[in-house]
Design a protein around this ligand. Sequence first.
Ligand code: NAD
Length: 313
Amino acid sequence: MTGAAGFIGRMLTRTLIEAGENVVGIDRIPQPARPGLTVLTADLLDDDGLVRAALDGADVVYHLAGCPGVRDRRPGVARRRHRDNVLAGARVLAAVPPSVPLLVASSSSVYGGARGGWPSRESDPPRPAGGYAESKTLLERLCAERIARGGLTTVVRPFTVAGEGQRPDMALSQWLAAAREGRPLRVLGSLDRTRDVTDVRQVARAMTDLVARGAQGTVNIGTGRGHSLRALAAAVAEALGAEVSFAVEPASPVEPGASLADTSRLRSLVGWTPETDLLDLVRRQAAASAPAAPGDRSGKVREPVAVGASAAG
Ligand code: NAD
C-alpha cells in the first residue's frame, strides 16, 4: 500500500490487518512497524528500485499516496500535486503487473460538484474545477490506459471522508479545533452547502470489498446523502458540548456548492452502501483528536455573522 501513513491509509492498514492480511506500507512519512505491517519509508519518486521491490510479489496494491487538499493554494502546491498525484501515480502504475489488482485513489473533486441536486455518477464527464481535481483527472487518464491494456484496476472516487485521524487541514478537523478554542468556525459560502460525508472505516471496507469483488473501472465511494454544513456544525457543538459561532467568507471557486454520490455502482458491486451517523462520526473524530477534557459550554449553534463583501449566510 502506498500512502500507508496517511489518514485513509492508516485505517485501511488496520482493516486489512484485522482481516488477517500482511501489509507492506510505503510512505515517505515514517511510522512504527507492528505485527502485520512492514514499513517502508521512502518517496515513491526517489528510488524506483526500492518501490519496485516493495510492490513486487504483492497480491493486491492499494495506491493512496497523493497530495490532497482541494483548497490548498500555498506556494509550490501545484508542483507538489503534479509530482505526488500524477508522476508518483505513473510510477506505481508502471510497477504493478496487469494481472495484480490495483486500487487507485482518485477523488469526487473530478466532478466539480453535484449539479442541480443530482448525484454525481461515474459516467458523468469530469469537470475539474481546480488544480487538485485536474491532477486527479490526469491520474484517472493514466489508469484508463492501464485498463485498456487489460490491467486489473479499480479507480475509486471517495467523497468527503471523516472520522478518527482525519487530516488536520480538512474542514471538520479545523472546526473541532476552532470550537475547542472558542474561535468561530470558518465557513466558505454558506452553511446550506451540502457534503456527502463518509466514515473512514466504511471507506476502508469499501476499498477492500471492491478489490475482493474484482471491481474494474471507476467507482464512487459515498453515502448518497448530503449533510448541510449547518448539520455538521450542530454535530460539532453537540459532540463537544460547546457553543459555536461562524465566520462566513466568500465561497472559493474550487469548492462545489454540493457534493453527492450516486452509489448505485458501489452497491451493485459490494452489496451495501456506506451510511453516516453524523453525530457518532463527529464524536469519534473529536474523541480521537481530543487535546483535553471537553468544555462545559451549552452546545448551542449561533446564527452566522457574515464576513467579507460577498459572503452568504
Ligand atoms: P493523506 O495526506 O493523509 O495521506 C497521503 C499519504 O501519502 C501521506 O502520508 C503522504 O506522506 C503520502 N505520500 C504522498 N506523496 C508521496 C510520495 N511521493 N511518496 C511517498 N509517500 C507519499 O491523505 P488522505 O486523506 O489519507 O487521502 C488518501 C488519498 O485519497 C489521496 O490520494 C487523496 O487525494 C484521496 N482522497 C481523499 C479524500 C478525503 O476526504 N480524505 C477524498 C477523496 C480522495
